[in-house]
Design a binder for this molecule. Structure first.
Ligand SMILES: [Zn+2]
Length: 120
């Protein structure tokens, strides 16, 4: 038996999603700042930079990790926006594969979940 989410429950998930989106946007801003700073340092005093050749490896590694973080945050952001659209369309909470209701427990843990546990 399919039990649709109540209006107030939808509101709660919407709030959760909006909060999560804010958090990610702030984090993304911070990470972009970090990248901009490193780029500034790199293009700055090259002579000073070459003294730190030993650090270059870790620097590149760090930048790679940062860009990985950013891309995974962007993915989450995309999923959150998708979930918010589903709330607006009234399709939120249903599995996109089998059409069954996604358990609330799962939605509380992962409000942007598209699939039920079986389908994911
Ligand atoms: Zn499913």
């Amino acid at each position: 038996m399919i039990k649709k989410l109540k209006k107030e429950e939808l509101k709660r998930f919407e709030k959760l999603l909006l909060e999560e989106r804010q958090k990610i946007l702030r984090e993304l801003e911070y990470e972009s700042d970090q990248i901009a700073k490193t780029q500034l340092e790199t293009s700055g005093d090259l002579a000073a930079y070459s003294n730190h050749m030993a650090d270059q490896g870790t620097e590149t590694e760090r930048r790679e990790i940062t860009s990985q973080i950013i891309s995974s945050r962007r993915d989450t952001l995309f999923e959150i926006n998708h979930a918010l659209r589903k709330i607006a369309q009234g399709t939120y909470g249903f599995c996109e594969r089998c059409g069954k209701m996604i358990p609330k427990r799962r939605l509380k843990f992962l409000p942007q979940a598209r699939l039920c546990i079986k389908c994911s």
